[in-house]
Design a protein around this ligand. Sequence first.
Ligand SMILES: NC(=O)c1ccc[n+]([C@@H]2O[C@H](COP(=O)([O-])OP(=O)(O)OC[C@H]3O[C@@H](n4cnc5c(N)ncnc54)[C@H](OP(=O)(O)O)[C@@H]3O)[C@@H](O)[C@H]2O)c1
Length: 312
Amino acid sequence: MSDAATSRSAHPDRGVPSRGAHPDWGVPSRGAHPDWGVPSRGAPGTHSVAVVGAGKIGELLLSGLLRSGWPVGRLLATARRSERARELADRYGIRVLDNLAAVAEADVLAIAVKPQDAAGLLAEIGPKVPAGKLVVSLCAGLPTAFFAKGLPEGTPVVRVMTNTPALVDEAMTAISPGTYATGDHLALAEEMFAPLGRTIRVPESQQDAVTALSGSGPAYFFFLVEAMTDAGILLGLPRQVAHDLIVQTAIGSAIMLRDSGEHPVKLREAVTSPAGTTISAIRELEAHGVRAALLAALEAARDRAREIAEQA
Ligand SMILES: NC(=O)c1ccc[n+]([C@@H]2O[C@H](COP(=O)([O-])OP(=O)(O)OC[C@H]3O[C@@H](n4cnc5c(N)ncnc54)[C@H](OP(=O)(O)O)[C@@H]3O)[C@@H](O)[C@H]2O)c1
């Protein structure tokens, strides 16, 4: 392995920018559909946001907004259990209210309960949601029409699907408008999620596919890293060494994919020499049907999102 390959700076022949060289580092804009547009990371907002049902994903949103400079006084949360309410208040210094108080006070309601809890929540708060208040659903599978049924006529609903890399401000969040959501409502939802990573607008009809691909996506990569670490152990590497090798390889590969603009096939071909080691491994991946397994896995995740909606 050459020195260039092991240093942090980019390989000079690959045209991959180094961390220092890229003026927009951390503000990715590539890959968006040209008609939908992708805003850059937003400035801290002027609206108040209540995270209704602040569990894992709700907490990711709250902590990301706070890291981005969203004023603590403009963030509220609700919780079902009093211990959870205390935990959130102690950890973030935010006010944790009951659902109806949050509904009355906040400009935006970010619904972050599990899909199976959404109907119960909607029965409680739906009739009390003041007209025109923006409802942002983070719930997998549930269409905006599901919320519209329990909300006053004309309530704008925006559906988002984010993912857990929000924890490190590298989320992928897809945003779709419901019937009454305007461009301003979408822009406000983007302002909330842009600090957590990257946002993209998609038609709502694509949200179940988004859920399968990027919503659940981090789990597939963690699964792959776990399996590759095991493979390293099989080849005689200590677990920690195997883990470090594959995690940095994943980070480097992801940054190349994001920033080089090259098709993944081209990037893979660049490390696949004739009669070399990589092609031997690729042959095994193909022989074991890894590509077909991924297609089937994502289809199953998409179908499960549809089932969740039917059961809610
Ligand atoms: N986890 C992910 O990777 C991921 C990714 C994208 C989207 N999502 C979506 O995000 C949503 C939340 O998922 P999660 O993993 O964060 O679940 P979670 O950790 O269970 O969080 C949901 C929270 O809502 C609370 N809650 C339930 N009903 C309530 C009510 N009526 N009033 C107030 N609080 C209530 C729950 O209280 P208890 O603590 O008492 O249960 C829990 O703390 C889901 O709809 C999921 O589809 C998740």
